[in-house]
Design a protein around this ligand. Structure first.
Ligand SMILES: Cc1cc2nc3c(=O)[nH]c(=O)nc-3n(C[C@H](O)[C@H](O)[C@H](O)COP(=O)(O)O)c2cc1C
Length: 392
């Protein structure tokens, strides 16, 4: 079955969608007016009620249909050359289709599937780079065990190659605006802990900083104002389904396109998986973003392996966080992440073959067992690979 989530509504009719997909068994759901919250990374669908999302909104119906589908199509408008927040939001909520437990699939570390593989396709309008969207479909489908169905442009779409304008600021850095772009509340956010380590490095170098959180809508006005009033802003955020969380895309769309003064936007990107390749599509997107907002690009600091911050002991957490102090000092010194030292911070692109074999044999059972223990401490009474909705 082909499940189509139409996030743009009546501006495209079902017949047009059907003629693009050219298959018999198609169900189209118009999600444009549905009540669908952003995923906030609460992890309840993995660790407390496996397979069931904590939000009781309209996405629950979609999830039950996803479990019956072979192919998932998203119909989305685009913004900044990528899906807009409504299109990305329906994908970020797909987490209950996966388990917390990890393993290697096709040579890459991935979460295990809760149900069957799912293929992913995109039908889009607006201004976008087709190649980037094709890559996103491939990467996203691979995460759910499937293949890409391709990215199909609607007639009123045009390709706009977007080049980044590298940092032009040469003023001394004295103050930095930091925005935590994670949808997870600050108290539980791994990004928050990373930011505080990074800021320790800033402070050691005599740089002052202020912090705003996108997880709290009441802070959005202050975050926007700080971004507009200051020369340098750093947005730190977790990778969500191969790119920016839908909540952050919604915030970015509220920023004025032309900045009032010469300014620079940098990013600190991290995510659950260790391998650097995981972050490359998002990095490519981030390179184009500041130019579209009227700023120059101050580079992106990237590192994986952050999901363990929430589950590991103090020593392991310190091992993950300490290197960010050094990166804070480096940023304070250079005023950006465009140096070779910052580029190296990403680490290895892929686990080498031998390491994959050894991790599979010696470490995966232990890591996945720790998730079991963690779930028990959350009061979980079901197995982590539970299938609450019947498989197709
Ligand atoms: C909806 C969702 C999607 C995610 N997608 C990815 C991903 O594609 N790759 C990855 O490495 N980690 C992914 N993660 C893991 C987060 O990036 C990681 O857990 C991060 O540490 C969360 O930071 P936070 O606590 O500040 O939100 C995802 C997490 C969520 C909730």
């Amino acid at each position: 079955m082909n499940l189509v989530l139409n996030t743009i509504g009546a501006s495209i009719d079902n017949d047009a969608i059907r003629s693009l997909i050219q298959e018999n068994d198609i169900e189209v759901i118009d999600t444009s007016d549905m009540k669908i919250a952003h995923c906030v990374g609460c992890n309840q669908c993995w660790l407390k009620t496996p397979g069931i999302c904590a939000f009781k909104d309209d996405y629950e119906t979609i999830l039950k249909k996803l479990v019956q589908a072979d192919n998932l199509w998203i119909v989305s408008d685009t913004r900044f050359g990528f899906l807009d927040y409504k299109g990305k939001r329906v994908m970020d909520r797909i987490m209950p289709m996966l388990n917390m437990t990890i393993g290697f699939r096709d040579g890459w570390m991935r979460h295990e599937l809760r149900y069957h593989p799912l293929n992913v396709g995109l039908i889009y309008k607006g201004t976008a780079e087709q190649e980037m969207l094709e890559d996103w479909c491939k990467r996203t489908a691979a995460n759910i065990g499937g293949h890409s169905l391709g990215a199909i442009a609607l007639p009123d779409t045009f390709e706009q190659p977007l080049n980044s304008k590298l940092s032009t600021l040469n003023s001394q850095l004295t103050h930095l605006v930091i925005i935590n772009g994670s949808p997870r509340v600050a108290k539980f956010s791994n990004t928050e802990k990373i930011i505080h380590s990074f800021a320790k490095g800033l402070e050691e170098a005599g740089v002052t900083w202020e912090l705003h959180h996108l997880s709290n809508h009441n802070e959005w006005d202050a975050a926007r104002k700080a971004y507009l009033d200051n020369e340098r802003t750093l947005i730190a955020f977790p990778l969500y389904v191969e790119c920016v969380p839908s909540l952050m895309l919604e915030f970015l769309a509220t920023l004025p396109v032309v900045h009032q003064q010469l300014s620079e936007l940098s990013f600190l990107l991290h995510g659950g998986m260790d391998e650097g390749n995981e972050f490359r599509l998002c990095e490519r997107f981030l390179k184009t973003l500041p130019t579209q907002l009227g700023c120059s690009y101050g580079g992106t600091l990237i590192h994986g392996g952050s999901f363990r911050i929430r589950t590991a002991g103090d020593k392991e957490v310190a091992r993950i966080l300490d290197p960010y102090v050094k990166m804070g000092r480096l940023y304070a010194q250079k005023g950006n992440f465009l140096s070779p030292e910052a580029a190296k911070f990403i680490g290895m692109e892929q686990y080498p073959w031998l390491v994959r074999k050894l991790v599979s044999l010696l470490a995966l059972d232990k890591i996945n067992g720790e998730f079991d223990q963690f779930a028990k401490s959350w009061g979980c009474t079901r197995p982590l690979d539970d299938k609450p909705y019947s498989d197709k």
